[in-house]
Ligand binder design. Structure first.
Ligand code: ATP
Ligand code: MG
Ligand code: MG
Length: 349
């Protein structure tokens, strides 16, 4: 059968592998860390770094198409892989989403609204950024941040020194603080044929910088829902995107503000596993394998709860709940802040 190559063997790679298997594909995971969660379900795993050119070439030779669960793959590795096999979503989607400033330049260039932002590399540029975007504000490293890591909040200009020190010399971006009423995300998909399909937007609550719950339906007016879906489609079309993308939005009285985009299946889309006939993982595999997109309409109300660290100890109790679908990642050690699994609590509409 055809083989789908997946860069990254975390829980997203694991759930992509399960979806690929259901559609009759083999999967080959490329992951630098030993014993990845996806390793238990994939057909093949290569444990090697992204600097290992021979392993990258052998991996590319063994697959038909390459996708990823992780957007921070080094450029040189992508160059090697792309010379051999198609990478979907494409390189531009990766380049834009690997760097918060490139991402915001791209999004605002499309006419979408982001938080006010300015590049920061030292104290002078931070002072200039504060003068431009004001306070309160959030300073974020431009690259490699996730789950709220690499961020520092500034209540006033007095916090500049401490915030800059938190960046450890890495290039950063200062963002004006948005007083949103709530956060939502759109999980959007685009096929090889250019068809776009968006899942119903979900409402996200974060705890300690990590996604805690996603609730469907979100608290949105019909107009806001339309807006959210149309702006997501505009992003995917502009990138000639193939696959699933997560688009995080702030809801404000003045309209929707784009927080960030992720060029992959997304934690806030896990509810689709039990709320739709075709979930985000199958949708992504369909797209990258050149199938038509499937039916992502929502048949149930769902609350997805992430099981983080010691939350995993509640699994025996959750396992007895009615209408609760558990998804566990097979991680052996529960560390604080580590995503161990999630539960989808479902109510048919
Ligand atoms: P993820 O794990 O989603 O990739 P991340 O580390 O990239 O997270 P962000 O999504 O940028 O971080 O920020 C995390 C959370 O912090 C947001 O979901 C939001 O709650 C809050 N936040 C981020 N930027 C702003 C802002 N400009 N104004 C207000 N709140 C913000
Ligand atoms: Mg992010
Ligand atoms: Mg985020």
């Amino acid at each position: 059968g055809s083989v789908i190559g997946i860069l990254g063997g975390g829980q997203l790679g694991r759930m992509l592998s399960v979806a690929a298997a259901r559609l009759g594909y083999l999967t080959h995971i490329y992951e630098p860390a030993a014993n990845p969660p996806a390793g238990h379900v994939a057909d093949r795993v290569t444990t090697a770094s992204y600097e290992d050119a021979d392993s990258l070439r052998a991996f590319a030779a063994s697959v038909d198409v390459i996708t990823y669960e992780f957007e921070n793959v080094p450029t040189a590795a992508l160059d090697l892989l792309e010379a051999a096999k198609p990478i979907r979503p494409n390189r531009r989607a990766l380049a834009v989403s690997q760097d918060r400033i490139a991402e915001k330049d791209f999004l605002t260039g499309l006419g979408l609204t982001c938080a006010p932002y300015a590049a920061v590399s030292d104290m002078d540029s931070l002072q200039a950024a504060i003068a431009q975007v004001g306070t309160p504000a959030i300073l974020k490293t431009t690259r490699l941040g996730y789950d709220g890591k690499g961020q520092a909040r500034l209540r006033s200009a007095d916090d500049a020194g401490a915030a800059l020190a938190d960046m450890n010399g890495a290039p950063a971006v200062l963002e004006g603080f948005i007083s949103f009423t709530h956060e939502v995300s759109v999980i959007a998909a685009r096929g090889l044929d250019g068809a776009v399909s968006c899942y119903d937007p979900g409402e996200n609550v974060h705890k300690d910088g990590i996604l805690h719950t996603t609730t469907l339906p979100a608290n949105l007016s019909l107009a806001q829902r339309t807006d959210a879906v149309l702006l997501a489609a505009r992003i995917l079309n502009a990138l000639d995107y193939v696959g699933v993308m997560g688009v995080e939005l702030f809801v404000t009285p003045k309209g929707l503000i784009v927080n960030e985009i992720a060029p992959r299946v997304h934690n806030s889309g896990h509810w689709t596993q039990n709320g739709c006939a075709v979930d985000q993982f199958e949708q992504h595999i369909r797209a990258v394998a050149g199938w038509p997109l499937g039916d992502g309409s929502r048949h149930s109300d769902v609350v997805m709860e992430n099981l983080i660290g010691d939350d995993i100890l509640r699994v025996p109790q959750i396992a007895t709940e009615k209408h609760a679908a558990l998804h566990l990642y097979g991680k052996h050690e529960a560390r604080p802040g580590r995503k161990m699994g999630h539960v989808n609590r479902v109510t048919p509409k």
